[in-house]
Design a protein around this ligand. Structure first.
Ligand code: ZN
Length: 110
């Protein structure tokens, strides 16, 4: 005498359909939170961006640092990288401004 299965095997048809609201994975970001693949665009913090608007670029363009994105050295990109690295160290805007003058001379002052 054979035992019948007490429960009939259900087909797995009751799984809900995919709702499609799964968010795509964010792009990989390195440990400093900076997307390193971008070479010419410097991600400035709000503080750094504000200070960049109050400093001059020394590449010869005569523009505010915040407006220049040339890749001369020194130029908009390298100066903004330095600017952001100073903020990353925890310096205040006044200290960062002083460090920028040390690094690039008083030409950075408007
Ligand atoms: Zn410039």
């Amino acid at each position: 005498m054979q035992q019948t299965a007490q429960e009939t095997v259900r087909e797995p048809a009751e799984s809900p359909p995919a709702t499609g609201d799964t968010a795509p994975a964010p792009p990989p970001i390195d440990e400093h939170g900076v997307v390193t693949a971008i070479a010419t665009v410097v991600n400035l913090s709000p503080q750094a961006r504000m200070l960049a608007e109050n400093l001059k670029c020394v590449c010869g363009c005569g523009m505010r640092l915040g407006r220049c994105s040339c890749e001369k050295d020194p130029g908009g990109v390298s100066m903004k990288r330095h600017l952001q690295s100073l903020f990353d160290k925890g310096l205040t805007p006044d200290q960062v401004r002083a460090e920028m003058v040390k690094a690039y001379g008083t030409d950075v002052l408007p």
